[in-house]
Design a binder for this molecule. Structure first.
Ligand SMILES: Nc1ncnc2c1ncn2[C@@H]1O[C@H](COP(=O)(O)OP(=O)(O)OP(=O)(O)O)[C@@H](O)[C@H]1O
Length: 847
């Protein structure tokens, strides 16, 4: 049976084979020329010709003396004169062809001919344009014109045909025409021109003091678009900057780049329209004057003041106000002329007086990770370009132009489709293009907002790590005037992405585990630590995982804020998180009260007024630092505490911006039950690292794309209505350790910045005030409150030199004794007893 089947099969196959043979016989010349095998054979033939010429020429260098006479004498028949014995390695042919090229032609420059055959051979053999033949032909042509003349002119010795007949003739003619000196100079000009053209050396005059230039220098690494409409393949991978120069890419002027909304998010460029409201512009002016960091050192005298909210005595001259004037009269408008005079005469309040020796961390604490030079293989560019064009062509989509912008991790191919092509068609081909490029993480932006082009982002084979050090040492970071500058990463065009957290004004970060979230948080925190004095910034760190943020515990006395009575500043316990969030709400309300009383619209105006000594510390006014709340692993909190966490966060996010409280919330699980509508509505700025699904991407960014990222700090940021792809700056844990230890070794405040105490009402229920437990200062406190008719804890703290806890306890006792009303959040409590006489009676009754 089996044998029969094989026979049948053979029978069946034979007609096919016959057909095949017939077909092979009928191959037309046209098909033969097109056939891949013909190309390979031609390629090898060319390579062999190139080798034959090379060996013949090289042998000629050693045998020319012996062979020259023989060839000259038998000029016509040398090739076929069997009796003629020559010394050239390639025999009579070698002797003849070398004589032809060297003696009668171009001398040593004849070697250039070999290169033509070599290049044509390689291109044919591999079926690709590995080297550019037209470019080679150009070089060969110029070489054959210039080199023989130079060789003949300069090396006219030893009887060797250095420049061949052509060289001799041309050099002789030139010498007659220009004289020897003229010819020498002309040939030198040719050589120098070539060197300048090829290598563009830098000629610099001895250093003179440069004039003051006000234009901001552009960051070095900005890379322009590469025009892929010309061949880009070079012999070996070269840095893109060089590549552009060498292969004649058409660099598009930077101005055009800036017009591209994808690139134009240069929030730090001076000429950019500021995104701030009026008041913030003013703030910048103020900061500009004050903020003149030289190598990260901010001048001490011109910074706003921090009035520590601790029990430590307030340093500096602000207390002099008290001596000079009644506290009721120190308000700017009502102030007596004499008071005004004193205030005017005082120098502005020194911001850093509390820690005036504080040194900002130096950039040396950070490391360079990798070379930072973006190296792009031109073959990769060419390949991807062709594959993109071919894939689109397979679907009948023609394109007009294609450009590439090479970023640290991805390259953006920008396509201008032919007229009439529907953009949605290209968008639908996302998967096909990804398949044809055999690359993961392709993202298609159709269209690029504000442009008639379509973007295809393709991950680079070789990725570059963006070091935090590069970003922090950049001009943009060092000389900006942002309230809270944060360096996040680099855009696809290599521009540094440095923004002001105060304008965000809060930030939501999401990303699957291991995709770079913690590194991103560290990058933000490190940026702040590099730019802010401890008096200007306080961090509230919430870290349910207990590991990520614990690095920062050593700077508790410099930069951290905590609840009164807590041991640890970094909050890991859910219950304490709720208390802290509510305490922050109280702080926010308190700040609003202070702002209202001072007649200021925001923190900046308020601090400005305070620094100018227009606000009276005796009335509770103090310098207010920014507070940044960082929550790592928000999902854990929402899962365990739900609304109890969500409500204060939403409230803070809605209102806290004006009073300088900003939120950074990170989560691994960007699902809708965690990032609820309320949270989302209040966090317009969002970052997504790689997430596991399109749904997750939509939850965080309101659009897909984050699932296509490639991890390791590759991210999308949605800010100001724009979506930008960034490579997050990399800062390693040992670097953070170094910075933290540098700060922690310096003198700090006596304790962390204390947040207002928040007592859960539920906990208080049932707790009655026991008269026998009365504080020793109870009666004094009661008198003070009644005299002033202000039920404020800070009044007790200030006047009685008490800590926050004790003052708070006293106030609770006063409430229990019916002297003051219940707490009203940030507002002072009502005082229920109006006169001192009444109070004395009350105290007596209490016994
Ligand atoms: N910006 C970056 N550049 C280069 N490599 C990075 C970058 N960010 C992260 N990585 C690499 O990815 C690893 C994981 O990053 P990271 O610890 O920040 O992830 P994660 O999202 O916080 O994870 P988890 O949620 O589990 O803590 C890092 O150890 C590092 O090797």
């Amino acid at each position: 049976m089996a044998a029969n089947r094989t026979k049948e099969k053979k029978k069946k196959e034979s007609p096919v084979e016959e057909l095949k043979q017939e077909k092979e016989e009928q191959v037309s010349v046209k098909e033969l020329v097109k056939d891949e095998r013909t190309h390979k054979i031609t390629g090898i033939a060319f390579l062999i010709i190139s080798l034959i010429l090379f060996f013949a020429f090289t042998s000629y260098l050693f045998t020319w003396k012996e062979d020259q006479d023989k060839v000259l004498q038998n000029a016509s028949g040398v090739l076929f004169n069997d009796e003629l014995l020559v010394s050239n390695l390639l025999g009579r042919f070698g002797a003849w062809i070398s004589h032809l090229f060297f003696y009668k032609g171009f001398g040593v420059a004849s070697y250039l001919i070999c290169s033509i055959f070599f290049i044509a051979g390689v291109n044919f053999l591999f079926g690709k344009k590995i080297f550019s033949l037209p470019r080679n032909l150009k070089y060969v042509l110029v070489g054959l014109l210039v080199l023989p003349v130079s060789f003949s002119f300069f090396l006219n010795a030893f009887g060797f045909p250095w420049g061949g007949a052509f060289g001799n003739y041309a050099a002789g003619w030139l010498s007659g025409f220009l004289g020897k000196t003229g010819t020498g100079l002309l040939l030198s000009l040719a050589a120098i021109s070539y060197i300048i053209w090829r290598f563009n050396p830098v000629f610099s005059l001895p250093q003179r003091k440069p004039k003051e230039v006000t234009v901001e220098p552009l960051p070095e690494e900005i890379i322009e678009r590469i025009d892929l409409n010309e061949p880009v393949v070079k012999e070996k991978p070269v840095p893109v900057n060089q590549l552009k120069k060498e292969s004649g890419f058409t660099p598009i002027p930077l101005q055009q780049e800036e017009e591209n909304p994808l690139h134009s998010f240069s929030v730090t460029e001076k000429e950019e329209e500021p995104v701030y409201e009026d008041e913030e512009e003013e703030y910048e002016e103020e900061e500009e004057e004050a903020d003149e960091p030289v190598e990260m050192t901010i001048p001490v005298a011109e910074k706003p003041v921090r009035q520590p909210k601790t029990d430590m005595p307030v340093e500096g001259p602000a207390l002099e106000i008290k001596n000079a004037a009644d506290e009721e009269e120190t308000e700017e408008d009502d102030a007596e002329p004499s008071v005004k005079k004193v205030v005017e005469n005082l120098p502005p309040y020194d911001p850093f007086l509390d820690l005036k020796d504080y040194k900002f961390p130096s950039l040396n604490l950070l490391e360079n990770h990798g070379s930072e030079k973006i190296v792009q293989d031109p073959h990769e560019l060419e390949n991807y370009k062709n594959q993109i064009i071919n894939t689109l062509r397979n679907y009948d989509i023609e394109i007009q132009k294609i450009f590439a912008t090479v970023g640290p991790t991805v390259t953006l191919y920008e396509i201008v489709p032919a007229a009439g092509v529907r953009i949605s068609r290209i968008k639908n081909l996302e998967d096909d293009i990804a398949l044809s490029l055999a690359a993961l993480g392709i993202r298609i932006i159709a269209p690029i907002p504000g442009k008639g082009t379509i973007g295809i982002e393709v991950p680079n084979v070789k990725k570059t790590v963006v070091s935090m050090k590069t970003l922090l040492s950049s001009e943009k970071f060092q000389h900006n005037n942002f309230g809270l500058p944060i360096a996040i990463g680099k855009k696809i065009d290599n521009e540094n992405f440095i923004v002001d957290l105060t304008t965000m004004p809060h930030l939501l970060m999401a990303g699957a585990t291991g995709q770079g979230k913690s590194v991103g948080l560290n990058a933000i925190l490190v940026s702040l630590l590099y730019k802010k004095h401890p008096s200007q910034l306080k961090l509230v760190l919430v870290d349910p995982k207990k590991v990520e943020l614990s690095l920062y515990r050593h700077i508790e006395k410099h930069f951290l804020a905590k609840l009164p009575g807590e041991d640890e500043a970094i909050i890991t316990d859910t219950k304490k998180v709720i208390n802290t969030l509510n305490a922050l709400c109280i702080e926010m309300d308190n700040r609003y009260d202070l702002l209202k009383e001072a007649g200021c619209r925001n923190l900046r105006e308020y601090n400005e007024k305070f620094v100018a000594r227009k606000l009276n510390p005796q009335k509770g006014h103090q310098y207010l630092p920014f507070i940044v709340l960082v929550v790592d692993e928000f999902a854990d909190l929402i899962m365990t505490a739900g609304k109890e966490v969500e409500m204060p966060i939403a409230r803070l996010a809605q209102l806290a911006r004006a009073v300088g409280i900003h939120l950074i919330i990170a989560t691994q699980r960007p699902s809708v039950n965690i990032i609820t509508g309320t949270i989302k509505a209040n966090f317009p700025a969002r970052i997504a690292f790689k997430v596991s699904s399109k749904v997750d991407s939509r939850t965080i960014l309101d659009t897909g794309g984050a699932e296509q990222l490639i991890g390791k700090g590759d991210m999308l940021i949605s800010y100001n209505g724009e979506l930008t792809r960034l490579q997050c700056a990399f800062v390693d844990t040992p670097e953070v350790d170094e910075i933290v230890s540098f700060i922690s070794k310096q003198r700090g405040y006596p304790q962390a910045f204390l947040l207002p105490e928040y007592v859960d009402e539920k906990e208080l229920e049932g707790k009655d005030f026991d008269l026998s437990d009365r504080d020793a200062l109870f009666e004094d406190a009661a008198r003070l409150i009644v005299q002033n008719q202000v039920g404020s804890t800070s009044l007790l703290q200030r006047r009685m030199k008490l800590g926050y806890n004790r003052a708070g306890r006293l106030m609770d006792q006063l409430e229990a004794a019916g002297i003051v009303g219940p707490s009203q959040g940030s507002k002072a409590r009502d005082v229920l007893i109006k006169t001192e006489v009444e109070l004395e009676q009350h105290l007596q009754m209490m016994g």
